[in-house]
Design a protein around this ligand. Structure first.
Ligand code: NAP
Length: 245
């Protein structure tokens, strides 16, 4: 198993990579911070990975995702799974006042992620097998005043990944969108992170790991978010718009 992780310094990605390492996978960690990637690579080798390489890259700045993706795959002798994990939450209030900040949220979470997803889809289609696993968010299921710019990017990404899964339906490769609920990671630092709805990165990671090889094209993490979001999506706007959620 050869895994490429885009955004490998993410807490959810790191927890997922540990599960692949325990299985003896060969892993390429891609991210912006070389020293953190090196630390993570050393940890994964101890945990059983066959081989771990790193690539330092600003994933939102790529101008040729297909060529760069081929380079990543060549670095570890091929690609079976790709986990797209990077993202930014951004500051919703600031982004409403300053459209440059809004565009940055959309560019990182949608435009660049879409380019990597499409490049991966083409690679997997040529190869006839393998999995594209993309981390979306429950925030993409219904726009809320607290984070609808980030949510819009994740909603766009959801449609894109579902479309790739549809394109693959009668072919060998798989595409899976993982939709985590609120998770205790650096992204949510500063929020009040108590209560039963908050997950640990390891809980989300175990769902990502399982769904990389089996199951349908969309997975909520933890799974109970499927039912919560079913209710939230179907609330009439006259009720929804009065809620502080
Ligand atoms: N935490 C939550 O509550 C939650 C809920 C739903 C979905 N998600 C999604 O889960 C994914 C993982 O996030 P996380 O919770 O694990 O948060 P995290 O630990 O803060 O990870 C986010 C990662 O994205 C990386 N990143 C951002 N922009 C990048 C770029 N241009 N190039 C390369 N790397 C970049 C960051 O790298 P640097 O360290 O270099 O900045 C960071 O490692 C994200 O897609 C997020 O939207 C999170």
């Amino acid at each position: 198993m050869r895994l490429i992780v885009l955004g490998a310094t993410s807490s959810i990605a790191a927890a997922t990579a540990r599960l692949y390492a325990a299985d003896g996978a060969t892993i390429l960690l891609v991210g912006r911070d070389g020293s953190r990637l090196e630390q993570s690579a050393a940890d994964l080798r101890i945990r059983g990975a066959e081989r771990v390489e790193i690539a330092v890259c600003d994933l939102a700045a790529s101008e040729d995702a297909e060529r760069q993706l081929q380079g990543f795959a060549d670095q570890i002798g091929g690609m079976d799974h790709l986990l797209l994990a990077y993202g930014i939450l951004g500051d919703q209030g600031q982004a409403e006042r300053n459209l440059v900040a809004a565009e940055e949220i959309l560019r990182v979470n949608f435009n660049s992620a879409a380019a990597w997803s499409l490049a991966t889809a083409n690679f997997l289609e040529r190869q006839g097998r393998g999995s594209l696993i993309v981390i979306g968010s429950v925030a993409g299921d219904r726009g809320r005043r607290a984070n609808f710019i980030y949510g819009a990017a994740k909603a766009g990404l959801a449609a894109l990944v579902e479309g790739i899964a549809h394109r693959f339906a009668d072919k060998g490769p798989r595409a899976v969108l993982i939709k985590p609920g609120p998770t205790v990671t650096p992204m949510t630092e500063g929020m009040t992170r108590t209560g039963a709805l908050w997950a640990k990165p390891e809980q989300v990671a175990s769902i990502i790991y399982k769904r990389g090889t089996r199951g349908g094209p969309v997975a909520y993490a933890p799974g109970f978010w499927r039912y919560i979001m079913l209710v939230i999506r179907n609330l009439p706007s006259v009720i929804f718009n009065r809620m502080e959620i």
